[in-house]
Design a protein around this ligand. Structure first.
Ligand SMILES: Cc1ncc(COP(=O)(O)O)c(C=O)c1O
Length: 357
């Protein structure tokens, strides 16, 4: 007898990552940092490399100590994971497997629906309203977990803390998971974050070092939640999923506030320039509070091909559940010049150079 995967897994396709461009500056498909790696971070990673014959600290105590100071929480409210994606999986395994239910936006951040499908949970997706989560409609849905991505990916739109509080109070969901992967790029992260709501035990917040800390390749993120939730996830997690190099880089990054602020300022300034550039070409730009911009474009596939031929990789909105759009990550200054040049030769009426006649 052949062993077959569980039949509900037939609904899943393998993940297709955003494409890279020939020059790193042209890569605008995966919402990565536009700045080069800081030498001080490289040094911290090199130091940590001396210890790689030993297992890493399973609980990432030093990282949690820094995070506890940063967020004014106790270390037992923090779990560090192999990217926030691992933490999304842990939440699914612990709270959704065996008949759980989820409410999330449509389109959702992909990992929310992937883990829910893996554990065969019941998924209710609520269409966006004016590019935002329709929190009022989501609050009508009974679910074990409500996923809210704030700012959302792929739209870059943000809900205020007031709107989140109203949602948490009115939603019947047993746990509201607020994914704040991009919160550092919004106008007022302190005034918007849901971290202050985690004490109730009904809210958990996801953060990552992949975006504003520029450590996507090292895979490290964290969850802020009640000590009960953290304890539960600790019992099911693989103990050594976060490498010693990732832990060392995260600590060094958390201690360098000036570099973090520089990254934040850089992305916000270049986001404005990118949005203006796209609008100047007649595209309708969704106002973004993130490190990417979603734009409605005619002939999206041909625009993507035209940009690719000119050294710029962007993400097709169709692959993210928003057809007729492209998602462009905020680039470096050199990247901005590349895409500016590429767009000067774009004409929606003419085929891309490589199109068959
Ligand atoms: C909304 C959202 N959450 C989580 C992640 C994953 O972050 P990590 O690299 O920490 O796994 C991403 C990555 O793009 C994201 O867009």
């Amino acid at each position: 007898m052949t062993l077959r995967p569980r039949p509900w897994l037939d609904a899943l396709e393998p993940y297709v990552p955003g494409q890279a461009a020939p020059l790193v500056e042209g890569s605008m498909a995966s919402n990565e940092s536009p700045l080069p790696v800081d030498p001080a971070l490289l040094e911290a990673i090199q130091q940590a490399a001396r210890t790689i014959r030993r297992y890493p600290d399973p609980l990432a105590d030093e990282v949690r100590r820094e995070l506890a100071l940063l967020h004014g929480l106790s270390p037992d409210q923090i779990l560090v994971g192999n990217g926030s994606d691992e933490l999304i999986y842990l939440l699914g395994w612990a709270y959704l497997a065996g008949g759980g239910s989820v409410v999330c936006a449509d389109p959702a951040y992909r990992m929310n629906t992937v883990i829910s499908t893996i554990v065969n949970a019941h998924i209710i997706q609520v269409p966006l309203h004016d590019w935002h989560h329709d929190l009022a409609a989501m609050a009508q849905v009974e679910a074990d977990i409500a996923f809210v991505v704030n700012p959302h990916n792929p739209t870059g739109t943000l809900h205020s803390r007031k709107a989140l509080v109203r949602f948490v109070e009115s939603s019947p969901a047993k746990l509201v998971v607020v994914d704040e992967a991009y919160i550092d790029f919004c106008d007022d992260p302190e005034g918007t974050t849901a971290v202050g709501l985690t004490g109730s035990g009904r809210v958990a917040v996801l953060r990552t070092f992949s975006k504003a800390h520029g450590l996507a390749g090292l895979r490290i993120g964290y969850l802020l939640a009640s000590p009960e939730i953290i304890r539960t996830l600790r019992t099911i997690r693989p103990p050594f999923s976060v490498s010693s190099l990732a832990q060392a880089a995260a600590v060094a990054s958390l201690r360098d506030r000036a570099r973090f602020d520089e990254m934040r300022g850089y992305v916000r300034a270049h986001r404005a320039a990118l949005s203006e550039l796209l609008a100047a070409h007649g595209f309708s730009v969704v106002p973004s509070q993130s490190n990417f911009v979603l734009a409605e474009v005619p002939a999206a596939d041909r625009l993507i091909e035209h940009l690719r031929l000119n050294g710029v990789a962007v993400r097709s909105g169709a692959s993210l559940g928003v057809p007729g759009t492209v998602r462009v990550s905020v680039p470096s200054q050199a990247g901005l010049e590349l895409i500016t040049a590429a767009l000067t030769t774009w004409d929606a009426r003419t085929p891309a150079t490589s199109d068959p006649a």
